[in-house]
Every structure is written in structure tokens, then in C-alpha cells.
Design a protein around this ligand. Structure first.
Ligand SMILES: Nc1ncnc2c1ncn2[C@@H]1O[C@H](COP(=O)(O)OP(=O)(O)OP(=O)(O)O)[C@@H](O)[C@H]1O
Ligand SMILES: O=C(O)C1=C[C@@H](O)[C@@H](O)[C@H](O)C1
Ligand SMILES: [Mg+2]
Length: 181
């Protein structure tokens, strides 16, 4: 069924939860633009996130992240995939809640680890025991992610297209966000 998006949908959750992958599919499904805060930061800085963390530090990255999210929330309704740490800052949570709607992609540590273990582009996991680091970050962040307006559970057996449909279903529970037409 056709639907009209009235507010920007902000995907939040751990690295590897599928924010970028599901966000891309969701934007096609709803016929709205897709934005990714990590990608926008890299574009503006002309450097990778790993390079930004290395040269300028995490605090600098977090400031750029807030600026980018604010700018993207000003635009027409879209799908905005955020970096895994974006929802931790109160300032970001506030502007997302006021100007858009947040949806958490929940996934257990096993699934996340299977998705991120072969990649080296996540600076926070460049530690001697990245699996233990992922578990620690997960435990620390879970109560904060739980503040999202909506949530959908990711499972290894769900394809990206199935996850997209789950998200659409969750958004339909909010007529102020997604209107049938
Ligand atoms: N439902 C799914 N089925 C199969 N593969 C998936 C699914 N969701 C995500 N993936 C794959 O898992 C990997 C991690 O997903 P993705 O990059 O979208 O995570 P992310 O939440 O954006 O992470 P980050 O916070 O680090 O940007 C990608 O290779 C993606 O294609
Ligand atoms: O979980 C995090 O804090 C991060 C996740 C990535 O999306 C990037 O935003 C960066 O690597 C930090
Ligand atoms: Mg991503």
C-alpha cells in the first residue's frame, strides 16, 4: 500500500545492526531520500571516520555528527541512518525526538559480532579483544538505545527486505509519521 512520510525517520542502534542497509531499502520502499550521517561526515571532511578519530579525536567527530544530524533533520522527510554512537548524546536525542522519529534496530551481540568481525573500519573496535569490547559497548548503550520512539528486532534469518517491512509496520503505528494514501 502507498504511504506518505511526514517526518524524517532516524535509524539508531549498534554498529552492525543494519542501519545503513535497512535505511537504504526503506528509502526505496517509501520513495524518499536516504541519508547516512557517517557518510555525510566523511564527505564533508574528505576523510574516513577512522582517519577523523585518529587525527582529531572522538570528541571532534561527535561535534561534527551533531551538526550533520541537525542539518539533515532540517530537510524534507527522509530516512536518516545514524552512526552507532549518535543516539548517546542527549542533544542528539532531543533534536531527533522533536524534529523526527527514532527507530531502534535491536540485535543481539552474536549477530552484531558476525556482521562486524571481518571489517576494520570501526575505530572503537580496534582493541586487543574486539569481541569483548563490542559486548561492553552493547551493555553500556542498551538502556540509552531503549529511549528510541520505536523498535524493531533484527534476526539473522531476516533478510534486509523483511526488516524493511517490519520497520514500515512499526511506522504505521504512528499516523503522525506515516500516512496511508
Ligand atoms: N537483515 C540483514 N540481512 C543480511 N545482512 C544484513 C542485514 N542487515 C545488515 N546486513 C549486513 O550487515 C553489515 C552491517 O550492516 P550496516 O552497515 O547496515 O550496519 P550499521 O548499523 O549501519 O553499522 P554502523 O553503525 O557501523 O554504521 C552489512 O554488510 C550489511 O549488508
Ligand atoms: O558505535 C559507534 O560509536 C560508532 C559507529 C559508527 O557508525 C561510526 O559512527 C563510528 O565508528 C562510531
Ligand atoms: Mg552505518
Amino acid at each position: 500500500m502507498a504511504a506518505r512520510l511526514k517526518k524524517t525517520v532516524v535509524l539508531v542502534g549498534m554498529m552492525g545492526a543494519g542501519k545503513s542497509a535497512i535505511g537504504t531499502g526503506l528509502s526505496k520502499r517509501l520513495g524518499v531520500p536516504f541519508r547516512d550521517s557517517d557518510a555525510e561526515i566523511e564527505l564533508a571532511a574528505d576523510r574516513t571516520i577512522a582517519e577523523i578519530f585518529e587525527r582529531d579525536g572522538e570528541a571532534f567527530f561527535r561535534d561534527r555528527e551533531s551538526e550533520v544530524i541537525s542539518r539533515l533533520l532540517d530537510g524534507r522527510p527522509a530516512i536518516l541512518s545514524t552512526g552507532g554512537g549518535a543516539f548517546l548524546a542527549e542533544r542528539n536525542r532531543r533534536m531527533i525526538h522533536e524534529r523526527g522519529v527514532s527507530i531502534l534496530l535491536k540485535a543481539d551481540v552474536e549477530l552484531l559480532w558476525n556482521r562486524v568481525k571481518h571489517k576494520t573500519n570501526r575505530p572503537l573496535l580496534r582493541t586487543p579483544n574486539p569481541r569483548a569490547t563490542l559486548e561492553a559497548i552493547y551493555a553500556e548503550r542498551a538502556p540509552i538505545y531503549a529511549k528510541a520512539d520505536l523498535a524493531v528486532q533484527a534476526r539473522s534469518e531476516y533478510a534486509i527486505s523483511e526488516m524493511v517491512e517490519q520497520v514500515v509496520k512499526a511506522l504505521r503505528s504512528r499516523p503522525d509519521v506515516l500516512e496511508d494514501c
